[in-house]
Design a protein around this ligand. Structure first.
Ligand code: OFO
Length: 166
């Protein structure tokens, strides 16, 4: 059975994942109405979907352990961006925030000697390493490309394949 504190922390994380899904959905929609960003659009639709899975996984775990997974109310995320660079900076920033909060719950689970939750969270720890690496690499690529249009063309063309190759 989950302690009250851990249940609250996991529900907070559930909200964080739901919010991430919204944030990436907004990025997808923004990219969708820009000329020539079909790849980036698809990338963020996929990211958004994946975050929803992260949320569901938490919900099911909380319920399985005798808690109650709460469907959160969500604020509207940022819906328009000055540039593609801004989008990817926000992507990295959000993932770093997610990693930090996962780490906090891992710490809490250990403090409470809830080894089942600690074990459950390892999946998220590994996932966050991947996600941060992905976000960092994409930021580096964009920095390298700068204002080069053919570079941007290739970035957009290859982004989904790159994501799925990880
Ligand atoms: Fe679930 O936060 Fe990204 O991966």
């Amino acid at each position: 059975m989950l302690s009250k504190t851990l249940q609250e922390a996991l529900n907070k994380q559930l909200k964080h994942e739901a919010m991430s899904s919204q944030i990436y959905l907004a990025m997808a929609s923004w990219a969708d109405i820009q000329p020539g960003l079909q790849g980036v659009t698809e990338f963020f639709y996929q990211q958004s979907e994946e975050e929803r899975q992260h949320m569901l996984k938490l919900m099911m775990y909380i319920n399985e352990r005798g808690g109650f997974g709460i469907v959160p109310s969500l604020e509207q995320p940022i819906i328009t961006f000055q540039s593609l660079t801004r989008v990817f900076e926000e992507f990295l920033k959000n993932e770093m925030g997610v990693s930090e909060s996962i780490n906090d719950i891992v710490h809490l689970a250990l403090q409470e000697k809830d080894y089942a939750t600690h074990n459950f969270l390892q999946w998220y720890v590994a996932e966050q390493i991947e996600e941060e690496r992905l976000a960092r690499t994409l930021n580096e690529k964009l920095e390298m490309i700068g204002a080069d249009k053919s570079g941007l063309y290739l970035f957009d063309r290859d982004i989904v394949a790159y994501r799925n190759s990880l």
